[in-house]
Design a protein around this ligand. Structure first.
Ligand SMILES: Nc1ncnc2c1ncn2[C@@H]1O[C@H](COP(=O)(O)OP(=O)(O)OP(=O)(O)O)[C@@H](O)[C@H]1O
Ligand SMILES: [Mg+2]
Length: 280
């Protein structure tokens, strides 16, 4: 039996749950309105541990708002969020980051005046140097931690093809390099869960391929990924699981092949998304 779960938009969404997978992240009934407009209107879904999950849906469906809420960048009006067993609803983003969830932004948010390396060095949370006690009484600890951070940052920049531009100002990077820097900054914090908001938007096909490889490598290291993605070829290639969001609600979940095969889902909800397959 397919685990695709089309849901009637007028009723509460029924979510396919698999007893064999645990959720790294779960949300129930999230809502968020802006001046009376319901951007998110009952989004409910599971993000399975150790998998790559795609969050797809038409423009304005509420995908970025959901990512904002899940990462603590924005407070929801109602609903709940769990990281594993822990409820984290409306916690601050730094608290959620400490629990292992990092996110990237749809529009890159590099610190333009800093170098590429410095962008990574300001990213990790809870460095020993952040404590005044450590700065005054354990300078050796701070220096060692800084050295470790620099080494780690350089290694990550190497992995993401940014080593050669490590001393360039981030504002001088190309659009594609800025996308890579977004991911590298998030990875610097060693997240358990990574939310990527359109990590490949506006980049060339060769870089799309590379970024796909990086995301698969993160999965191989045990990172759980939730990525907003419009390119269904990418979703098909690298995502294990798909959540379809429309008008702020979860419309269906399952594998993309199953969603495509389900005529009812395609006709009722996905025509616009499925038909709009970009050329490969
Ligand atoms: N800060 C805000 N103030 C007012 N309205 C907002 C705000 N953020 C989002 N919205 C509205 O909420 C709705 C959902 O927006 P959101 O950016 O979450 O959609 P999306 O699915 O990410 O779209 P896209 O695919 O274009 O990135 C849209 O109608 C948008 O105009
Ligand atoms: Mg968006």
């Amino acid at each position: 039996m397919s685990d695709v779960t089309p849901t009637d938009p007028t009723s509460e969404p029924t979510i396919a749950t698999t007893s064999t997978t645990t959720s790294a992240l779960r949300c129930e009934g999230l809502t968020k309105a802006f001046q009376g407009v319901h951007a998110v209107n009952g989004a409910t879904f599971d993000v399975p541990q150790g998998q790559i999950t795609a969050l797809i849906g038409p423009n304005g469906a509420g995908k970025t708002t959901v990512v904002n809420i899940l990462s603590g960048s924005m407070k929801c009006d109602s609903g709940t969020e769990y990281l594993g067993e822990d409820e984290v609803t409306n916690m601050e983003s730094f608290e959620i980051a400490r629990l292992g969830l990092m996110r990237t932004f749809q529009l890159s948010r590099e610190l333009g005046g800093l170098t590429v390396l410095e962008n990574l060095l300001v990213a990790p949370k809870l460095q020993p140097g952040e404590s005044l006690f450590n700065v005054f009484f354990r300078p050796g600890t701070v220096r060692r931690a800084e050295q470790v951070n620099v080494e780690r940052a350089l290694e990550i920049l190497g992995t993401y093809g940014l080593y050669a531009v490590r001393d360039d100002r981030a504002r001088e990077l190309s659009g594609g390099q800025k996308k890579l820097l977004e991911i590298a900054r998030a990875v610097m914090a060693s997240p358990r869960i990574l939310l990527l908001d359109e990590p490949m938007a506006g980049v060339n096909p060769a870089l799309i391929e590379r970024i796909g490889g990086y995301i698969l490598a993160l999965k191989a290291q045990g990172v759980t990924v939730l990525m907003v993605e419009h390119n269904l070829n990418v979703v098909e290639k690298i995502c294990d699981h798909v959540i379809v969001l429309a008008e702020g609600r979860t419309l269906a979940t399952g594998r993309l092949s199953e969603l495509r095969a389900n005529k009812e889902v395609v006709r009722a909800y996905l025509g616009e998304v499925i038909d709009a397959r970009p050329p490969s």
